[in-house]
Write a new protein. Structure first.
Length: 166
């Protein structure tokens, strides 16, 4: 039978308390290898070298600057010979090197649809979105063309951030 005296239990409790009281846990944010930039940022054109000239990324809810990673001005259709992407505002083909794609396919007032490609093949809509996306240390934020946040569960993202250069 094992027996403990009150003094041995007290000694173990004091020892455990002193060990854990001196331990220091570093929050994961403090050990990040990312560096915070000062606003205004001058990296947009380097990260997104085309399309609408880019959208300025707002400061997020954590006070961090963002980097533009995507602008979505249109729709995409998949075809047997390759996907085609058009600007939904003027119908211009974005990926002009894709030879099966018609050079223009504006969206009618009823909404964008996939036209027959240059080979006569039927396309399937795989993406239709107009907006932009910025990367931040604590997660990416995606806003639609009206500036409304699409990934609302991402806590660092401002709820509204309209692109001023679209």
């Amino acid at each position: 039978m094992v027996s403990f005296t009150l003094s041995s239990i007290a000694f173990v409790a004091v020892l455990a308390n002193s060990l854990f009281a001196s331990a220091h846990i570093t929050p994961s944010r403090d050990v990040s290898t990312l560096t915070k930039r000062d606003a205004p940022q001058g990296v947009l054109i380097g990260c997104y070298p085309g399309g609408l000239g880019g959208c300025p990324c707002p400061i997020d809810n954590d006070g961090d600057s963002g980097v533009l990673i995507n602008v979505f001005p249109g729709y995409q259709c998949a075809y047997p010979s390759g996907a085609c992407a058009w600007n939904d505002r003027n119908g211009e083909l974005d990926n002009v090197q894709q030879t099966n794609c018609p050079s223009s396919s504006p969206c009618p007032s009823t909404g964008c649809v996939c036209p027959l490609d240059n080979n006569g093949d039927i396309g399937v809509m795989i993406n239709y979105f107009t907006g932009y996306q910025c990367a931040y240390p604590n997660g990416a934020c995606t806003w639609d063309d009206n500036g409304s946040l699409q990934n609302t569960r991402q806590g660092n993202c401002p709820v509204s951030a309209q692109c001023t250069t679209n």
